[in-house]
Design a protein around this ligand. Structure first.
Ligand code: AR6
Length: 185
């Protein structure tokens, strides 16, 4: 595990399966319907049970770059924040990917959540190259954490060792240029 401290928050990079994370909220890489799909979305719905889809049906979808919260049902996580990332190459994709992260953290803050785990949104079916997505998502999260301090743990859960290594490298490179981001003690 890689860990850096920024203000009061630990930013962790971990390889694993997000459906096993016992945090206040896991973030789902959803689509605008919020009615489920493949990839991490399918895995989260399978692990949470049919109650999750029932609650999602009451939300009437979600715009790209935005997010909505539900309960976690049978997941070890208390809540799911359903964020919609952009398809790689579409208009404003970098801005929309960054806002999917910052809007998720905003919702977590509004609900007084202390720990949030993210997958690498848009890097599967939506085609984002992992390194580009790592840079955008880490910058978005760090910018948010530089200005807000209520969330104690933000964890990126990378499904593969390659993705884990890319995220670690990109975070180390950003931290080397920023005095406010230091290795955890
Ligand atoms: N835990 C953590 N990461 C995972 C897991 C898991 N259990 N499973 C896959 N990943 P994707 P997208 C990684 O395709 O690109 C769905 O159909 C995966 O290796 O899940 O945002 C939605 O409904 C990849 O790095 O999401 C949308 O229609 C990352 O999660 C569409 O796919 C994201 O891959 C969203 O596509």
């Amino acid at each position: 595990m890689t860990c850096y401290q920024i203000n009061q928050t630990r930013l962790e990079i971990v390889q694993g399966d997000i459906t096993n994370q016992a945090v206040d909220a896991i973030v789902n890489a959803a689509n605008t319907s919020l009615l489920g799909g493949g990839g991490v979305d399918g895995a989260i719905h399978r692990a949470a049970g049919p109650e999750l889809l029932e609650e999602c049906q009451t939300l009437h979808g979600c715009k790209t770059g935005e997010a909505k919260i539900t309960r976690g049902y049978h997941l070890p996580a208390k809540h799911v924040i359903h964020a919609v990332g952009p398809i790689y190459g579409t208009q404003d994709a970098p801005v929309l990917l960054a806002s999917a992260y910052s809007n998720s953290l905003q919702i977590a803050g509004e609900h007084h959540l202390a720990s949030v785990a993210f997958p690498a949104i848009s890097t599967g079916i939506y085609g984002y190259p992992m390194r580009e997505a790592a840079r955008i998502s880490l910058r978005a999260v760090l910018t948010y954490l530089e200005n807000h301090t209520t969330i104690k743990i933000v964890r990126f859960i990378l499904f593969t060792s390659e993705a884990n290594a890319i995220y670690r490298e990109e975070l180390e490179s950003i931290a080397a240029k920023n005095d406010a981001i230091n290795p955890c003690e």
